[in-house]
Design a protein around this ligand. Structure first.
Ligand SMILES: [Zn+2]
Length: 414
């Protein structure tokens, strides 16, 4: 188990709402980052910058005129990664990105409420927490079903609305803590407990809101089963508002498309799906009937046959080709529009052994590309309607559904 020793003496532990502060620069040295870019590593006498840890990202901000883009803890203390130098020994004004800090506090406090309740309601242990700039994830050691997740979300928001105080308590050693508490880490030395009355007691090294009301709406946006447990993805406060607006706008736009009010979208979509399925079945039936009419129009004594179709799918064309091949003594040649280009696709079939022979003989002139065997060849061609007609009509009885030509039934080639 990971072990952590913290003294909790930093300024951000004394006051999580201290966003501006003056302190002395202890050390500053330049080094290259992994991409060879210059960066300056700064140590301060004390800091309001929270270093990445406990699932919470680092603060950002400025030290005088330079930007702080990362903050990390090492064996010697806290290192501020900056885009310029500051003078060792000088007093510098620290400013942290307060919106970023507040946002992280809301999520971190929200996480404590969710994890505390998951523990008391379902006996789940939080085994992972990760917060980034888009959402936070909470991993639990047990599977939670949809009903439990909905209950947990509702209860968590009740605790937000109750505006409970979030109290920080310090103990010299974990044996001094007079109550049960949650902890993901094995603790050494001083213990910091975040206490939310009636909700949770948890050892923590992150920054917190002062009252649960500051968290704002807690919204779960995803729930999956993972490694025998559950992962919840959630957003809090401003991010919940932004998420709500995005979803509201989307449902409003979908409602306008379906001419349905926002709270009846599911039934409106179900109705559309049924209509679509009914129409799809009708299309299948009509296509079958059209195919039968095509086939009936072919003379019984036809040799080679060309079907030049204006609208077909590959399976429909294959069906036609097989039926045709069984009816005629020659080769059935079906051309139908390619679904993604302006060209045609083709299928040649024959009940004898000459489908491949026919495609080989026309390959050059029609630019046929494809493959198959003696009974069936299929592929694509760049040939135009005019080319296909000019080359195939003289050798095949032709049914052309080309929209640019008046069509009054098939006719023989030679
Ligand atoms: Zn925490």
């Amino acid at each position: 188990m990971e072990s952590l020793r913290l003294t909790f003496t930093e300024q951000y532990y004394k006051d999580a709402c201290c966003y501006s502060y003056e302190t002395t620069v202890q050390d500053c040295f330049q080094e290259a980052d992994e991409n060879g870019e210059k960066q300056w590593l700064v140590r301060l006498k004390d800091t309001i910058f929270y270093p990445e840890g406990g699932g919470q990202p680092a603060d950002r901000g400025t030290l005088g005129d330079v930007n702080v883009f990362d903050v990390q803890r090492d064996d010697m203390g806290i290192v501020h990664y900056c885009d310029g130098p500051v003078e060792p020994g000088s007093v510098v004004r620290c400013e942290i990105d307060r919106e970023r800090r507040r946002d992280f506090c809301r999520h971190h406090s929200g996480e404590h409420i969710i994890s505390g309740l998951a523990n008391s309601m379902y006996g789940c242990t939080n085994v992972g927490f990760h917060l980034n700039e888009e959402y936070m994830t909470l991993d639990f050691d047990q599977k939670l079903d949809d009903r439990q997740v909905a209950e947990l979300e509702k209860e968590a928001n009740q605790r937000v609305l109750a505006n409970l105080p979030i109290e920080i308590e310090y103990y010299e050693d974990e044996t001094d803590v007079p109550k049960d508490y949650r902890s993901k880490l094995s603790l050494r030395g001083k213990v910091r407990i975040v206490h939310i009355p009636g909700v949770d007691d948890c050892a923590c090294c992150g920054t917190q809101c002062a009252f649960t009301g500051e968290i704002g709406l807690i919204k779960f946006i995803d729930h999956i089963t993972m490694r025998g447990g559950s992962r919840l993805t959630a957003v809090c406060g401003e991010r919940s508002y932004v998420d709500y607006v995005k979803r509201f706008d989307q449902s409003k736009a979908i409602g306008a498309m379906l001419s349905a009010p926002a709270d009846e979208l599911v039934s409106a979509i179900a109705q559309r799906e049924k209509q679509y399925e009914d129409e799809r079945q009708l299309t299948i039936q009509l296509r079958k009937q059209i195919n039968q009419l095509y086939l009936q129009s072919v003379p019984t004594n036809a040799g080679n046959v060309l079907f030049l179709l204006s609208d077909s799918d590959q399976s429909g064309a294959k069906y036609l080709a097989k039926q045709l091949a069984a009816m005629i003594s020659g080769v059935a040649m079906i051309f139908f529009p390619h679904p993604r280009t302006d060209g045609y696709m083709f299928i040649f079939t024959s009940s004898k052994d000459d489908a491949k022979k026919m495609s080989e003989s026309l390959k050059e002139r029609l630019g046929l590309k494809g493959g198959g065997h003696v009974h069936m060849v299929q592929g694509v061609t760049t040939a135009t309607t005019k080319d296909i007609k000019a080359i195939c009509e003289p050798i095949a009885w032709t049914l052309s559904m080309d929209a640019n030509e008046d069509h009054d039934g098939g006719r023989y080639g030679n």
